[in-house]
Design a protein around this ligand. Structure first.
Ligand SMILES: [Zn+2]
Ligand SMILES: [Zn+2]
Length: 329
């Protein structure tokens, strides 16, 4: 499913096309894609809200596939291995960010389904060093959302500085939050979930939320840390209103509407507001290990690859429960 130029999701931006079978370059493997999750970033991408350095492009960056061809020099993977591919496709490996444990901030990083063709397709190629072994026990479709919703949620948790047993606020309850809450509960946190959708509120309670409400509501206690998942800048002052002194808000968004002007008193008290930008390979390895250990259960809605446009529309309307996944093979 190819994007030739940005368009609103309602105008069916993705076109079905026949593309040549990609050949793995040295260091790469080719995957037969089994399943690919659909993420809010895909929606921002097709609608042109984030950069489109390659057009046409095949989106999709929560990929589960089986290695079916191995490029020169690859020893890490073999034909038949089941692997996952996330948003981070490659980095330069030599800049100060790469060398300093922050490869997610590499200026020369390339992203799956943005700079290179991704997983809304039957085949793709990926550097072997950026593909992850997927733990046993996860069917392909349930593993797919771990690759972005899971990994970026996990990095957000870390950047929110939540401590075991702390009070965590989650704003928005889509694919990423429904995985993040499971990790936070595993750490013994009380989780307060702020979302308009009654369906999403019910889902949050099923997954162990201590309280649910809307962004304008006041929870039973001040929160220690918060993560916003909705790309809505107006949430920031709402979060700060209920965040304790010294607390941290991590913004999990690649694109966001402007943050409104607000009184400094909301931030005063040593509150921190920070963004979450991509994720490192270490985040991926750690999240996948945790996913098997907890174990994380992902709720997925499955669709055929052909229906990618309809899925993007449902995602835009907030109609997906848990994570949307395209079943490719
Ligand atoms: Zn994503
Ligand atoms: Zn770099």
């Amino acid at each position: 499913m190819v994007l030739r130029g940005p368009k609103p999701a309602e105008e069916n931006p993705l076109e079905r096309a026949n593309l040549p079978l990609p050949e793995p370059a040295p260091g790469q493997v080719r995957l037969r894609v089994q399943a690919c999750g659909v993420c809010h970033t895909d929606l921002h991408l097709v609608e042109g809200e984030i950069a489109l350095p390659k057009l046409p492009v095949v989106p999709g960056h929560q990929i589960i596939g089986r290695v079916d061809a191995v490029g020169e020099g690859v020893t890490r993977l073999r034909a038949g291995d089941r692997v996952g591919v996330p948003w981070l496709y490659s980095t330069c490996g030599e800049c100060e960010y790469c060398l300093g444990g922050l490869e997610n901030l590499c200026d020369r990083a390339r992203f799956t389904g943005q700079h290179v063709d991704g997983g809304f397709a039957e085949y793709m190629v990926v550097p072997a060093a950026f593909a992850y072994a997927i733990p046993h026990g996860f069917p392909d479709d349930q593993a797919a959302p771990l690759l972005c919703a899971g990994i970026i949620g996990y990095r957000s948790l870390q950047l929110s500085e939540i401590q075991p047993g702390g009070r965590l606020g989650l704003y928005g309850f889509g694919a990423s939050a429904h995985i993040t809450i499971q990790v936070a509960r595993h750490w013994g946190c009380d989780v307060y979930v702020f979302t308009r959708s009654e369906e999403h509120q019910r889902h949050a309670l099923e997954l162990g939320a201590a309280w649910v409400g809307q962004a304008q509501d006041t929870p039973p206690a001040e929160i220690d840390s918060a993560i916003t998942f909705a790309p809505a800048g107006w949430l920031v002052p709402e979060v700060l209103r209920v965040l304790r002194k010294g607390g941290t808000l991590a913004i999990n968004a690649i694109h966001m509407s402007p943050i409104p002007e607000m009184p400094y008193s909301l931030l005063y008290g040593e509150r921190t507001v920070r963004s979450v930008t991509n994720a490192t390979r270490q985040d991926g390895e750690e999240l996948l290990r945790l996913a098997a250990e907890i174990p994380i259960h992902t709720d997925v809605e499955l669709y055929p690859l052909d229906e990618a446009n309809a899925v993007l529309q449902r995602l835009k309307q907030g109609q997906i429960q848990g994570a949307a996944v395209l079943q490719v093979a």
